[in-house]
Ligand binder design. Structure first.
Ligand code: SF4
Ligand code: SF4
Length: 489
């Protein structure tokens, strides 16, 4: 099957290059490649490879496959002069992509803008919870009014957003959840629910499961003692396991687990992985803690370093290896929130999702107070409409990537790594500063080059990126929208 796909890729003018040691699979568009045939070849190839390899595509703009844009390294090593295509005006990458060169001039009809609106809307329905997890970044009585949530869903549908995620707090404590799930179904969204699962009684599972495509269950421990220590409530682990089974048997197709990484997890990863595997989750997501200094002082087990993560990352690939007969030996495990790729061993990079789901790169969160923000723990508020938030000067600047460190701007990992975490950068001084874990990269920060450039005179794209800041400075916009709020911008 893979052989056939590679043969088809070669026939369409795509040159593959595999680095097994680094688990990198690079595809490059050769001169004379057929752009019309490429998407039909690339999609199945990416699907077959991306779970185990870091796949990069060079020599074509990301708008050739807008929903797989994170694989495209354009214009790294590509040569100008560049011109704007029709798709550029609505494209989220226009601040850091110069357009198309003459190789693509005849194919602009195939190009579609990348992320003209967010890929996902996250509705934080409340900040109330039946647990008291130590890594949680905020509980209060706040609740998103049903009407505000319904308006947000309708606006998202009109903009063309594809998926909606309901989260909290614990969203099952929101009285309007079922109504909102039904509306989400009616509007045609792929619907995700983040939950601790404990409130999924048999009746709830029956009434809600058909409205949920994908559930993410928080897993602060893998036995009673660990769950009690992580969640602040004793005696609930058995009930959680039963609820997870009910979700599955009621028909939720994808059930994932999510765990915030702690020191004990790093040390005892083998035991955790074995237990998660036995619970039959489709995916186990591990999160770098995004906690304030105050929260870390109260829960010091979450004070993990870049080298702890590098140690953890080394264990991810062996945990994923195939078992006898080629069967999957373990639940696929990924680092699901921002970690600088240069702080990770190269072979672990395919198991890191990078920053694209955070910081407003591809999705936005509606806070329980009714204001949009770039990610769950962010304190940067972007206004009350989804369209306005997506065009907010703060996000325009974020997406331009012109503020990133010079190393990041030359790095082939940029489309997926995106320079690490803005939350951690803000905690270290400025949201537009360096992720502090870049400094812990083994041997110092090294630009990841991807395909070696073929000519020493290659175009240096990032020197020509136009200045991202237009209109009033972002600090002023923030201060006007959030009077009295301290800003790390
Ligand atoms: S800015 Fe233009 S050329 Fe670049 S990815 Fe977007 S649509 Fe394509
Ligand atoms: S140099 Fe920047 S973009 Fe490259 S891996 Fe490091 S943090 Fe990520």
């Amino acid at each position: 099957m893979l052989e056939e796909l590679l043969r088809a890729a070669a026939e369409s003018g795509l040159e593959p290059d595999l680095d097994l040691r680094k688990r990198e699979f690079r595809l490059r568009f050769e001169k004379g490649a057929d752009p019309g045939k490429a998407p039909a070849v690339l999609y199945p190839l990416l699907a077959a490879l991306e779970e185990n390899f870091l796949v990069t595509v060079a020599g074509a703009p990301a708008c050739l496959l807008p929903d797989a844009a994170e694989h495209f390294t354009w214009p790294l090593g590509a040569r100008g002069p560049f011109r704007r295509a029709k798709a550029c005006s609505a494209c989220a990458l226009k601040g850091r992509c110069p357009g198309v060169n003459k190789t693509w001039a005849g194919a602009t009809g195939l190009l579609r803008p990348v992320l003209p609106c967010p890929a996902e809307l996250v509705l934080e329905l409340n900040k109330e919870c039946n647990l008291a997890c130590r890594a949680c970044f905020g509980r209060s009585g706040e609740q998103l009014p049903l009407k505000t949530a319904e308006t947000a869903l309708r606006e998202a549908a009109a903009l063309g957003v594809k998926s909606v995620r309901f989260t909290g707090g614990e969203p099952l404590l929101h009285p309007g959840l079922e109504k909102l799930l039904r509306l989400s179904r009616k509007l045609g969204f792929y619907t995700l629910l983040n939950t601790n699962a404990l409130l999924f009684s048999a009746a709830k599972a029956r009434s809600l499961a058909g409205l949920i495509d994908n559930a993410l269950v928080s897993l602060p421990g893998v036995d009673e003692a660990g769950h009690a220590a992580g969640s602040g409530k004793t005696g609930l682990f058995g009930a959680k396991l039963a609820a997870i089974k009910r979700l599955r048997s009621a028909g939720v197709k994808v059930v994932r687990a999510g765990t915030v990484v702690s020191g004990p997890l790093v040390k005892d990863f083998g035991r955790w992985h074995k237990a998660v595997k036995s619970l039959g989750f489709d995916l186990w997501e591990l999160y770098r803690p995004m906690m304030s200094e105050e929260a870390l002082a109260a829960a010091p087990e979450f004070r993990v370093s870049g080298s702890d993560f590098a140690e953890l990352a080394k264990k991810l690939f062996p945990a994923r290896r195939s078992g006898p007969g080629g069967k999957k030996a373990g639940t696929r495990t990924v680092l699901a929130n921002p970690v600088p790729f240069c702080a990770l061993p190269a072979a672990a990079r395919p198991f890191s999702l990078g920053a694209r789901f955070d910081d407003g790169w591809t999705r936005l969160v509606l806070d329980a107070s009714g204001v949009y923000k770039p990610s769950y723990p962010s304190k940067v508020f972007l206004g009350r409409t989804l369209a306005g938030a997506w065009k907010h000067p703060f996000l325009k600047k974020i997406r331009s990537a012109a503020w990133l460190q010079a190393e990041c701007r030359r790095c082939a990992m940029l489309p997926v790594c995106l320079g690490g975490s803005r939350f951690q950068a803000a905690a270290a001084g400025s949201v537009f500063g360096a992720d502090p874990w870049m400094a812990t990269a083994p041997g110092g920060v090294r630009v990841v080059r991807g395909f070696a450039p073929r000519t020493p005179k290659r175009w240096k794209p990032l020197r020509r990126v136009p200045p991202a800041r237009r209109g009033p400075p972002i600090r002023k916009v923030f201060a006007k929208q959030n009077p009295g709020q301290p800003s790390a911008i």
